[in-house]
Design a protein around this ligand. Sequence first.
Ligand code: ATP
Length: 267
Amino acid sequence: SEADRVFDVERVTARLADVGGMQDVKKRLEMAFLGPMRNTKLRKLFGKSLRGGMLLYGPPGCGKTFLARALAGELGASFISLAVSDVLEMWIGSSERNLHELFEAARRNAPCVLFLDEIDALGHKRSSMGSSAMRTVGNQLLAELDGVDSVNEGVFVLGATNAPWDVDAALRRPGRLDRTVFVAPPDAPAREAILRYHLRDRPIAAVRLDPLVRGTADLSGADLAHLCETAAEYALHDSLTSGDVRMIEQRDLEAAMAETKPSIGPW
Ligand code: ATP
């Protein structure tokens, strides 16, 4: 169907341990989703359902998508990801059906993490989409989130946004995306973990990461991933030229750091 073309149902192998930093965020996920999933008996004793929503907010590139995918891996759940801003225009006139199909796919594939990126796009007052069309999508989303009876059992909906102030308050009411979690730019321990993660499968000499951790205070997770790729490019280039593998060295990392511009800016 039309809706099927804009999303895939993924099986993921990522784990929360792959996500650098975010201790507080991981704790929230543990309490809301992971713990209850692991122990059905205790979950029922305490009257907790196996479903739920959460709104992740924070500057771009700091791991919201990465985290949502890792949550799916950790839950043993399937993963469906969709950028709301990308589909809105495409769905004009058929948004109710498409949204319904999206949620039906999540229900069929439960347990499932349904990741709705840029969910604030639903609130944009000046979009080219008329306000009545926008209201229709918004209302349909609320209806799907509420569900009837237990249709959403096993469906975990994570919304993400860089602009939480634009997110419709109705979306955040109980039973919907009723937990709000800030995904911060990485602090020093998180930056170290992110660098290690992105270097883990690359040929690397003995390097000291502390100068890099100190020099990257204004970089996002995405920037750090880019830094590692740039360093790898330098060593790869030499390897290609000489025909021998030259491992990634301190100088490659530092040159890459000097070259990597922060993408977050004031947020
Ligand atoms: P946006 O708001 O632009 O959607 P985002 O917060 O969803 O951004 P991601 O797309 O998850 O950010 O991050 C981009 C990439 O940066 C990831 O694919 C990953 O390679 C890297 N990255 C970001 N944060 C982390 C992290 N905490 N640990 C490891 N890698 C990270």
